[in-house]
Design a protein. Sequence first.
Length: 263
Amino acid sequence: MNKLKQLVTLFVVQLKLQLKIKLRYLSATITEMIIYAGALLLILFGANGNNIGQQYGIKGNVLITLIGYLFWSNGVSALNSCSSSVESDEISGIFETEAQSALPLWLIYLVQTIVEELYTWIYLIIISIVTSFFGHFSLLDLCIAFLLTFVFTLISNLGMFGIGMIFASGSIHYKRMGQWATILQALLVMFSNIYQPMITPYQQIIPYASGIEIVRSLFIGKSVPLNTYIIFVVVNLFWLIVGIVIFNYCFKKEKKNGSFDAF
């Protein structure tokens, strides 16, 4: 019960802290939203070339593509949040202090990532509502797509968090790993099913790939095989567990042989 209370307190503190940061650095917040909007425009441009709507048997590309974009943007936000948090904490010198917490270090970063995701959703809601005005779909359709996407990103973000933990493990020893995370985010746009249907089963190793297909199928009224749900859950649990195990191993090794205060 005491651990649960600490966890709730951590969540509330992080929620308030992030709100203060977003408001205090309003120009950076606006810039971040513009970047998200720009990424959506690039993805929509690619989707128009692929006629993704026809491939799913419906008219229009925008909302089907938007579902993929929501999964991707939430996923990379989760990945980037935990990996960059370790790096920034090392720079500021509080990483070793956080390691003394009664809560596991990975759990602290998971809470921070969840809070960051909540604010990311605010950006995405605003961008998506604006998109609906020229995307030939109703706000009701948008709400349904949002609800389905939100439910399944709760799972896919765990897998993306696990991948972020792997990059965070590199940050513990090699310090700067942010550029590699950025490269991965770009590769995910090109090789996942954001603006096209899944073309190979190997894409299912991407945490959110099966989630995109599930939500798109549910949205257009198609049935989803049970094994797709199972693969989706198993893949995300795999990445989450692997990420935490690697992070804990690297942390203990660096704690024994390295130095946290030498960035």
